[in-house]
Design a protein around this ligand. Structure first.
Ligand code: UD1
Ligand code: MG
Length: 454
């Protein structure tokens, strides 16, 4: 019978992240539209851990708010990774399962990899510590794993403390470890700080466990998953990896992308079936796209819902609260904010619809503006079903256009229009027959006279 055991997670995030050159704690910087620590916490949640403890510095309230309801403990001062994990003792004391230690600034570790670590922890040799190793192109200053080909681990040596031979080892410590919860704190208690940094290294627990006769092991993971973020350059690299994952998941779920590398998604983008996304589209958080929707090139969408069969763009802009009904059409250079566009309505060109309803089947002409803001308050525009709004119309809210009404092009509408009525507000049109021809003749003569007189 396969052994199963409870899992607890400890996420380290007390580091300041000075290289981000930011007032925001490092782990609050975003990947795929949300804090990087949240990306990691989501992967952790897939393991249904019995406990999840986040270690922060005292001044990181926003991190604690972000990871709630996870338990948070503070570390002050920060004396190293072993010291950080030790802060979880009040929560994990007596926990006998496997404790996964993760770094908040290494958010791309997948749930599958975490499971592989836990599974190895439960192997027949009952290793006290299982480390996620990887072979980066440039091993740089990572800790090096001293082990054998079979995945047994002797110890980890930090770069600063390593000799030349050890530095030549390419197998590195990702920082992710799975530890036998029954002896975690006993191992941590034995860690000293007699090393090049004067810090309590979590990595020392491997050698300590070996001294106590316990096996230790490593599993190798993909370098892509263990990318640590210390600067905005690495943040961008992590974003690229994460975006690839999101695109691949979307395509696997039935989305067609003509140039996926130019499409940017968010962690929570939801797609129906047979969606097509043309090149150069940016989708921010909170977007749901229904079946058979086509998002044409150069659209920017955020917090919006798009009903089945609708078409957006090219150059469409959906802002928070845009609800596009089934088979509706939002055309080029159209901005929709906090508005419901009902089934089959068409807003095809150069228009702003904000704080409004556009009834089913209505047609909104080019250059229509809902004037929703007077500098103090927002007001609502209600356009009835089947209404026709002529081009270059300003609808000054609050205002209601009845079902089936027609508004003539170029109108400024400030009063409600009854159903099926015509409203036009324009200066009366004048006709002066032959005026243009006479004008041209006169002006040409004047020009000729001037030329003759030098
Ligand atoms: C650590 C590992 C190294 C590994 C590397 C991978 C140790 C001693 N070394 O080194 O073997 O190759 O990660 O990236 O563990 N933190 C705290 N409190 C502290 C110190 C750190 O919460 O007192 C947190 C940081 O916020 C960060 C994580 O622990 O999320 C790692 O700390 P960091 O200082 O970056 O460790 P490295 O020197 O990179
Ligand atoms: Mg680091």
């Amino acid at each position: 019978m396969q052994r199963t055991e409870a899992v607890a997670a400890v996420v380290l995030g007390a580091g300041k992240g000075t290289r981000m050159k930011s007032d925001l704690p490092k782990v609050m910087h975003r990947i795929g539209g949300r804090a990087m620590i949240q990306v990691l916490m989501d992967a952790v949640a897939n393991l249904a851990p019995q406990h999840c403890v986040v270690v922060t510095a005292p001044d990181m309230q926003e991190v604690r708010d972000c990871v709630a309801p996870a338990r948070c403990v503070t570390q002050s001062p920060a004396l190293g990774t072993a010291h950080a994990v030790a802060q979880a003792r009040p929560v994990l004391e007596g926990f006998e399962g496997t404790v996964l230690v993760l770094y908040g600034d290494t958010p791309l570790v997948t749930a599958d990899t975490m499971r592989a670590l836990v599974a190895r922890r439960l192997g027949p040799d009952d290793p006290a510590v299982v480390v996620l190793g990887f072979r980066p192109e440039d091993p740089g200053a990572y800790g090096r794993l001293i082990g054998d080909e079979d995945g047994n681990l002797q110890r980890i040596v930090e770069y600063k403390d390593a000799d030349e031979q050890e530095r030549a080892i390419r197998l590195c410590n990702s920082g992710v470890v799975a530890v036998d919860g029954r002896i975690l704190f006993e191992l941590l208690d034995a860690v000293g700080n007699d090393n090049a940094s004067g810090e309590y290294y979590l990595t020392d627990i491997v050698a300590i466990a070996r001294e106590r006769g316990r096996a230790c092991a490593y599993v190798e993971g993909a370098a892509e998953e263990v990318l640590g973020i210390n600067s905005h350059v690495e943040q961008a690299a992590a974003e690229a990896i994460y975006q690839n994952r999101l695109r691949e998941a979307a395509m696997r779920a039935g989305v067609t992308m003509i140039a996926p590398e130019t499409v940017f998604l968010s962690h929570d983008t939801r797609f129906g079936r047979d969606v097509v996304i043309e090149p150069h589209v940016v989708i921010g958080p909170g977007v749901r796209i229904g079946d058979r929707v086509r998002i044409k090139a150069f659209c920017h969408l955020e917090s919006a819902e798009i009903g089945e069969g609708a078409a957006i763009g090219p150059y469409g802009r959906l802002r928070p609260g845009a609800e596009i009904g089934a088979d509706a059409k939002i055309g080029n250079f159209v901005e929709v904010k906090k508005a419901v566009i009902e089934e089959g309505a068409k807003v095809s060109h150069l228009t702003y619809i904000g704080d409004a309803r556009v009834g089913a089947g209505a047609n909104i002409g080019a250059g229509t503006i809902t004037c929703n803001y007077d500098g103090y308050l927002k007001s609502f525009t209600d356009i009835g079903k089947g209404a026709f709004i002529g081009s270059n119309t300003a609808l000054v809210a609050p205002v209601k256009i009845g079902d089936g009404a027609i508004v003539g092009a170029g109108s400024v509408i400030t009063h409600d229009v009854p159903a099926d009525a015509l409203a036009v507000t324009r200066a009366e049109e004048k006709r002066l027959p032959r005026w243009a021809a006479r004008f041209r003749k006169r002006r040409q003569a004047e020009r000729n006279r001037k030329a003759e007189n030098g």
